[in-house]
Design a protein around this ligand. Structure first.
Ligand code: SF4
Length: 382
């Protein structure tokens, strides 16, 4: 059985080889030992409890053509949609009333002025309707530094931009010609300079991907001072070029590797927020709860109107297609309770890593702060 001696528990610097060895943990006893160590690290260093971020997938219109994605521009089988302003505000109001504390706004990537203005307006409206209490994460792809700054000023304070893999050659293989790995990494820098809590993540079990590449992904998170991680097993979509590529790992192996990635990322990075993503649930019905038990502390329940759910499938067999926001919440809350975890309501649940790098040590995370200006409030949440 893998033994986590005192020296490993205190360890903060890991080599690629050491991370590979942890990622390759197999067997019930060894895996239980890995996960329980990851949870000890979580409880000692990260935000306690489980924080919900209600996710609004507001449009599946995308300018890009990533070779693995079900809503890529070239997939003509998809009926494109864009939620109206009122539909988005209704979803935000529901999220606020449910006490989730935070929203994630996600969509396909668009850089046109109309879309940029629309998001900016939505951010201001959502802040207004919640009296500033809802924290907002954006996941809207690569944008200019100026656009990131405009959205930050309008009220967003976290941004998730998945790198998908930190290996430039593998990145090239899963994207069309001309998609620049370096530009994507540069965007992570722009986000940090703007003041966001910066999130990224990778796919796990891609065709041709090695354990050493996944270990390097974890070191990439560390070297780039990442605050939040959202990653999950790779699941093919039938209408994409990558669907034809043979997979080396079975569904079960990709699922287990996904959990190991959460646990090892927790052990190496310690104080970041890590999401138990929907891709885990797509492979196993209680996948997100198992993700929490492996070291994750964030869950993003879908609050998008069910009429749009089928239009937003980045991969096949995405779960919760017909569960409305209430059913989705009730199922999750019951599963989380069964997993022995507690949902924290009414707080932003910001990444402790972010608070530390901003030099804020005290912790009085409360979404009831209403008298502060936007920037001050962002710090207050730490
Ligand atoms: S992964 Fe994102 S940017 Fe790429 S095609 Fe899909 S939605 Fe668009």
């Amino acid at each position: 059985m893998t033994s986590f001696s005192d020296s490993i528990q205190q360890k903060t610097d890991f080599s690629v080889e050491e991370i590979c060895s942890l990622l390759e943990t197999t067997g019930e006893g060894n895996t239980a030992s890995l996960f329980s160590h990851a949870c000890r690290v979580k409880n000692a260093h990260a935000r306690r409890g489980v924080h919900f971020r209600g996710i609004i997938e507001l449009s599946n219109i995308c300018e890009r053509d990533c070779l693995y994605c079900g809503i890529r521009r070239s997939n003509l089988d998809v009926t494109r949609f864009q939620m109206t302003k009122q539909q988005i505000l209704d979803a935000a109001a529901w999220t606020h009333k449910a006490g989730y504390g935070s929203l994630v706004i996600q969509a396909g990537e668009r850089r046109d002025a109309g879309f940029i203005d629309f998001i900016e307006e939505m951010l201001r409206e959502i802040k207004k309707l919640s009296g500033g209490a809802l924290g907002i994460t954006l996941s809207l792809g690569e944008q200019s530094k100026d656009v990131y700054a405009r959205w930050f000023e309008a009220g967003a304070h976290r941004y998730l931009l998945r790198i998908e893999t930190s290996d430039p050659e593998l990145y090239r293989q899963i994207h069309p010609p001309g998609y620049s790995f370096e530009e994507r990494v540069a965007c992570l820098g722009f986000l940090r300079e703007t003041g966001y809590q910066v999130g990224t993540g990778v796919m796990i079990g891609l065709p041709g991907q090695t354990v050493a590449q996944l270990a390097s992904d974890i070191l990439f998170f560390k070297e780039n001072d990442i605050d939040m991680i959202g990653m999950g097993p790779y699941i093919p979509h039938h209408s994409t070029p990558m669907f034809q590529k043979p997979l080396e790992l079975s569904v079960d192996s990709r699922f287990k590797l996904g959990l190991n990635m959460i646990a090892v990322t927790r052990i190496v990075l310690r104080d970041v927020n890590i999401a138990a993503t929907t891709a885990l649930q797509a492979l196993k019905s209680d996948g997100r709860e198992l993700g929490l038990q492996a070291g994750a502390n964030i869950i993003m329940p879908n609050v998008t109107s069910t009429e749009y759910r089928t239009g937003y499938q980045l991969y096949d067999n995405k779960p919760c297609m017909d569960e409305n926001s209430e059913v989705c919440r009730d199922n999750l809350v019951a599963g989380i309770k069964n997993a022995g975890e507690t949902v924290i309501y009414g707080q932003w649940g910001d990444s402790k890593h972010f608070c530390k790098r901003k030099g804020i040590e005290s912790s009085h995370d409360s979404a009831t702060v209403s008298q502060l200006s936007g920037h001050a409030r962002r710090l207050e949440q730490c």
